[in-house]
Design a protein around this ligand. Structure first.
Ligand code: 5GP
Ligand code: ZN
Length: 115
């Protein structure tokens, strides 16, 4: 288990690491993925340390996360053409960072189903 002190995304929230921020408010932070898989690849996270989607209990926060997606997509000019949101959870999904994050991918035609 990653502690909040060690957690990469918590370090971003605290300003110890500075990703390219695209949105921030009291509860949420969004920034560009360091290894983009599409022309637009943004990670949207709750500021609170929540390890995986299995640990998300707060309905208000869940609502904040989901409703922010469309606003970011509009800001990034991918809302109309379309985009994909992904939340990887645990080993079988390939989750690498154990601080809940929602991927927003767009700017190109995306394959389905994912591998
Ligand atoms: P996961 O596989 O856990 O769903 O996705 C983790 C994502 O975090 C990956 O897409 C990876 O490229 C991104 N990532 C890992 N380290 C950093 C970093 O230091 N900065 C940024 N901006 N993204 C990162
Ligand atoms: Zn964290």
């Amino acid at each position: 288990m990653t502690t909040e002190t060690e957690c990469l995304f918590c370090k971003m929230v605290r300003g110890e690491i500075n990703p390219q921020r695209v949105y921030e408010d009291e509860h949420l932070l969004a920034f560009r993925d360091i290894n983009p898989q599409a022309p637009v690849h943004i990670l949207l996270i709750p500021k609170q340390h929540i390890a995986t989607l299995n640990d998300l209990q707060n309905k208000d926060l869940a609502g904040r996360l989901l409703t922010q997606v469309g606003t970011i997509a509009t800001q990034e000019n991918i809302a109309e053409d379309g985009y994909r949101t992904v939340i990887n959870c645990n080993q079988n999904s390939g989750q690498e960072v154990f601080h809940l994050h929602l991927h927003i991918l767009g700017g190109r035609r995306l394959n389905w189903p994912p591998g």
